[in-house]
Design a binder for this molecule. Structure first.
Ligand SMILES: NC(=O)c1ccc[n+]([C@@H]2O[C@H](COP(=O)([O-])OP(=O)(O)OC[C@H]3O[C@@H](n4cnc5c(N)ncnc54)[C@H](O)[C@@H]3O)[C@@H](O)[C@H]2O)c1
Length: 255
């Protein structure tokens, strides 16, 4: 395979685990240098070390994105390190406790929307400013969820935050197209990661993907690499005409 992202500099939030981590690996395979941002210090460090072992350039940064005032500084630190940013993947996210509307606690609602939506918006804001200042061009990929397209079987705060990511992606795509910046989203279905570990092991997730409200057309749980493949596609030269879109990697759970 030809590496198509040689010389490109990327940020992956949530890069310590699951979909973000698989994206770090896939971007490195394509030749990009990657800044791994995560609140999990050991996980971020090991993801970056793994990238360097493969011969890539990867640096770990520990940040709790819920502390949103830290975001401009961390973006600046990555620019200092790499000289520029070409790609932003916003994969950090939290599911929160399963709460219905009538149970919803305000503090949980605020926390989930801060991490899944506000921090994602601020990462886009500061990275897009940098991309514009250095003459334009760039790719932004946000991780939504099939929960954004379903009215049942999802915590409502999570579903709401992920639906907002879809529209934020569309609005940002419309705003940033004149700077040649593509903004897209990926909406995974049930994927075997740290987030879904509470539901059981991969076998248990496979059963969930095979029947009931979360079942998909292939009756197949996704692996982080399945989602990372779509994310990386949206960073490659061949996807330059795609913007404002949400690609579903849910094996047809949402059609
Ligand atoms: N796993 C699924 O079934 C599934 C389905 C749809 C969407 N998603 C989305 O995919 C994305 C990746 O999640 P995953 O499934 O790989 O889960 P994961 O738990 O394996 O990875 C999420 C990563 O985000 C990091 N993170 C969480 N909160 C953070 C914060 N405040 N600051 C910094 N880092 C933080 C975690 O430390 C972790 O490394 C999330 O946005 C999630 O909502 C997952």
């Amino acid at each position: 395979m030809n590496a198509e992202l040689i010389g490109k500099k990327a940020i992956v939030t949530g890069g310590a685990s699951g979909i973000g981590r698989a994206t770090v690996t896939a971007l490195i395979d394509q030749g990009a240098a990657v800044a791994v941002l995560d609140r999990d210090e050991a996980g971020a460090r090991s993801a970056a070390e793994e990238g360097r072992r493969k011969g890539g350039d990867a640096v770990a940064y520990t940040i709790d994105l819920a502390d949103t005032k830290l975001i401009p500084t961390i973006v600046e630190r990555v620019i200092q390190q790499f000289g520029r940013i070409d790609i932003l993947v916003n994969a950090a996210g939290v599911a929160g406790r399963f709460q219905t509307l009538v149970e919803q606690e305000e503090s949980d609602w605020d926390f989930i929307h801060t991490v899944n939506l506000k921090a994602l918006m601020l990462m886009m804001k500061y990275v897009a400013r940098h991309m514009i200042d250095r003459g334009g061009g760039g790719r932004i990929v946000n991780i939504s969820s099939s929960s954004a397209f379903r009215a049942r079987q999802s915590p409502i705060a999570y579903a709401s935050s992920k639906a907002a990511v879809v529209q934020l992606t569309r609005s940002a795509a419309a705003e940033l197209a004149k700077y040649d910046i593509n903004v897209n989203a990926v909406a995974p279905g049930i994927t075997a990661t740290g987030m879904t570990r509470v539901l059981g092991d991969t076998e248990a997730l496979q059963r969930i993907a095979s029947s009931g409200p979360l079942e998909n057309l292939f009756h197949r749980v996704s692996m982080p690499e399945d989602v990372a493949a779509a994310i990386v596609f949206l960073c490659l030269p061949g996807s330059r005409q795609i913007t404002g879109q949400t690609i579903h990697t849910s094996a047809g759970a949402v059609v």
